[in-house]
Design a protein around this ligand. Structure first.
Ligand code: ATR
Length: 279
């Protein structure tokens, strides 16, 4: 009889984190390979974050996910960092290795996989508008540019933040910046990605229909209740819309692969989450 599979200890740290879907997603991934995975959601504070992660590492944990508001801190704490984490100055994935903690950022890769695999939208040559210039936008801009779109325009209420983010990525491809009000002057777009925190307050970014080419996609990094305002707006103006659930599952799959070396099938897990949400 084969030796019992070793238990792989993982967790997600955030504030708040109780409603995170990650434990469920990783449980499904583990089932696909018959792996024994314990993945828990651990609430932390800015004061306790580092110690709580260290406790997991000391208890034999293999790694963890990190969500808002600790991604920048996780990146700072790591001994080694991937290129994607350095671009974002944030990490959503830590691996506890003998030589120290390794920081990665799978948010951008998760978004690209969601767009290209689930939404069937190949990114090379596209005109993309990225709304927002905070942590969420910083996590994905490098990965978008790596796919060689024609251009990415970063539109943000605070122009200086958009400019700084674009400037930090200028070596990766064509990227410029503007305010949301000036976005229509930049032309129309094949893909508009909402990386603002609007949605949580029941509002949606103002997106005039002329912003979208025919058959364009509006991809919202929000999901659940926060996705409803933009979904409703897109339905009203007749623009194809997708919420961020596919990105959530996509980033989780890349993290799982980092920790286990196995590439999960995201389709069934996404389907299950959508059914559970009553979609
Ligand atoms: P996150 O880590 O989720 O990106 P963040 O760093 O606070 O959070 O960034 C939130 C983003 O949503 C920012 O781009 C913010 O614009 P500013 O940089 O001008 O603050 C954007 N945002 C939040 N509320 C907004 C609003 N009412 N109108 C327009 N943009 C808004």
């Amino acid at each position: 009889m084969a030796a019992r599979e070793q238990l792989i200890r993982l967790a997600v740290f955030g504030q708040p984190v109780a409603r995170s879907l990650s434990p469920r997603i990783h449980a499904r991934f583990a089932e696909q390979f018959g792996l024994r995975v314990e993945y828990t959601a651990i609430e932390a504070t800015p004061e306790s974050f580092e110690n709580r992660v260290r406790q997991l590492a000391d208890a034999g944990g293999r790694g963890c996910n990190v969500t808002v508001p600790f991604k920048h801190r996780a990146w700072q704490l790591a001994a080694r960092r991937s290129e994607a984490a350095n671009r974002a100055e944030a990490a959503n994935t830590l691996s506890f290795e003998a030589s120290g903690w390794r920081a990665e950022n799978t948010d951008g890769g998760g978004l690209v996989a969601a767009l290209e695999a689930h939404e069937r939208l190949p990114l090379p040559g596209l005109r993309i508008a990225l709304l927002g210039a905070g942590g969420a936008a910083a996590g994905v801009l490098g990965a978008l540019l790596d796919r060689r779109p024609e251009r990415v325009t970063v539109a943000n209420r605070t122009l200086e933040r958009a400019f700084a983010l674009a400037d930090r990525h200028a070596d990766l491809g064509a990227v410029d910046s503007c305010t949301p009000a000036d976005l229509p002057d930049k032309g129309s777009f094949d893909l508009v990605v909402n990386a603002t925190s609007l949605g949580h307050d029941g509002s949606a970014p103002a997106l005039p229909p002329g912003l979208f080419v025919e058959n364009a996609l509006c991809y919202d990094m929000n999901y659940g209740a926060a996705a409803k305002p933009l979904a409703a707006h897109c339905s009203q103006i007749g623009v194809r819309y997708a919420d961020g659930l596919s990105m959530l599952v996509g980033q989780a799959a890349l993290s799982f692969e980092i920790w286990t070396g196995k590439t999960p099938d995201t389709g069934p897990v996404l389907g299950e989450l959508r059914r559970a949400a009553g979609e």
